[in-house]
Write a protein that binds this ligand. Structure first.
Ligand code: C2E
Ligand code: CA
Ligand code: CA
Length: 367
């Protein structure tokens, strides 16, 4: 879909809104409405009005286009004290509406009993960033040809004063629906650059990769912020790789080429879990394909996993890309992957993600 199409959709929605409701674009195909002074019953009525006008086809260049929409609502202060919390909860309601096949749904506690605790954490992120509670761990990447560590992947941890060291599954998914993920990614990039510089000064030449979320790629300030941070470390010409999932790469909006122009390399993360076809790889400006760990865990025993991985390695090489297997936990899988011609591996067999200081030790173990 083109930007023009989404622009027309936004225009159409905006022109049908009552005066005291403002429209914001969140992502290309996600919009936010700010309703001031509305009670729940009134919102019920309004959503009916929305569903009605959204059911009409949009006429673009003479072609009628039908929109499929879902609305999710959340209220201040019942559902959160912070903007991020309200946004997050409206997303939950929208997702639930989609699951249940409804046109709209208002947030209720019962929708998310499970992740309630995780939502509450959102309100603490900014302070945690200021207080230095986040830590970037690193997992080594091993070159099957040379037997050496050639790089590391930065993986975030939150050293929470009450909850202890938390892995990203406890907070990243919630953050990804809010602008907080941008702040976190900027923090991760800067942390990686500081560590890169430090390693370089100590004679350790390794590349660092960081994980990028879809919301980063679609945020209008992302490139500016990245440029601002990179400029501070230009003297050490850092080699930074960006890990982006297959689905996000397919949805990208031209930002990848701008990142490549800036000297970043790009790898496809969790390859095999999205919907892209192998043939599509040809068109993607990526250097490394990271095969998802779900194909690697049982590779020695599972013949179909083995065949899939073999095919990805062959296809990747035919297209001039390097292939990395994630989640290697045993010597047997390492040997098999080596035999198959896989370039790199990452996984508990080599090392779990560790604090920066431990990386020296691991590198010397493999040198
Ligand atoms: P990912 O990018 O696919 O990272 C790999 C995950 O697999 C890591 O989990 C790592 O600890 C785990 N792993 C590594 N080797 C093995 C193995 O041999 N066996 C098994 N079972 N697991 C292994 P972690 O650190 O909990 O991170 C989970 C996810 O959180 C990451 O998946 C990534 O999507 C996200 N994440 C982590 N750090 C960041 C970050 O700084 N920014 C963003 N946006 N996302 C992040
Ligand atoms: Ca990754
Ligand atoms: Ca991965």
């Amino acid at each position: 879909m083109t930007d023009y199409f989404w622009y027309r959709v936004a225009k159409y929605i905006d022109s049908n809104l009552p005066e005291n409701i403002s429209l914001y674009t969140f992502d290309k195909n996600t919009y936010q409405l700010l309703l001031e002074g509305y009670q729940e019953e009134k919102v019920e009525k309004l959503t009916e009005h929305f569903s009605e006008f959204l059911n009409y086809p949009l006429n673009i260049s003479g072609i009628p286009i039908y929109l499929k929409t879902r609305l999710g609502c959340a209220f201040y202060p019942e559902h959160g004290k912070y903007g991020e919390e309200i946004m997050q909860r409206s997303f939950v309601a929208m997702e639930k509406a989609r699951e249940k096949g409804l046109s709209h749904l208002c947030y209720q506690e019962s929708l998310t009993e499970k992740s309630k605790e995780n939502f509450l954490l959102l309100g603490e992120v900014k302070e945690a960033l200021e207080e230095g509670e986040f830590v970037l761990y690193y997992q080594p990447k091993y070159d099957l040809l040379t037997g050496k560590i050639f790089g590391v992947e930065g993986l975030i941890r939150w050293n929470h004063p009450q909850k202890g060291l938390m892995t990203p599954d406890k907070f990243i998914p919630e953050m990804e629906n809010t602008d907080l993920i941008n702040l976190l990614t900027y923090w991760v990039l800067e942390r990686a650059l500081i560590d890169y510089k430090d390693w370089q000064e100590n004679g350790i030449n390794i590349s660092i990769s960081i994980n990028i979320s879809t919301h980063n790629l679609h945020h209008y300030r992302f490139l500016n912020e990245v440029d601002r941070i990179m400029a501070k470390y230009a003297t050490c010409s850092p080699k930074i790789e960006l890990e982006i999932t297959e689905t996000d790469i397919m949805m990208e909006n031209g930002i990848l080429s701008k990142l490549l122009e800036r000297g970043f390399s790009i790898s496809i993360d969790d390859f095999g879990t999205g919907y892209s076809s192998l043939a599509y790889l040809k068109y993607l400006p990526v250097d490394i394909i990271k095969i998802d760990k779900s194909f690697i865990g049982n590779i020695v025993e599972d013949s179909s996993d083995k065949e899939i991985v073999k095919a990805v390695i062959q296809m990747g090489h035919a297209l001039g890309k390097k292939v990395l297997a994630e989640g290697v936990e045993t010597e047997g899988s390492l040997e098999l992957l080596k035999e198959m011609g896989c370039d790199y591996i990452q996984g508990y067999y080599i090392s779990r993600p560790v604090p920066k200081e431990k990386i020296y030790e691991i590198i010397s173990l493999y040198s």
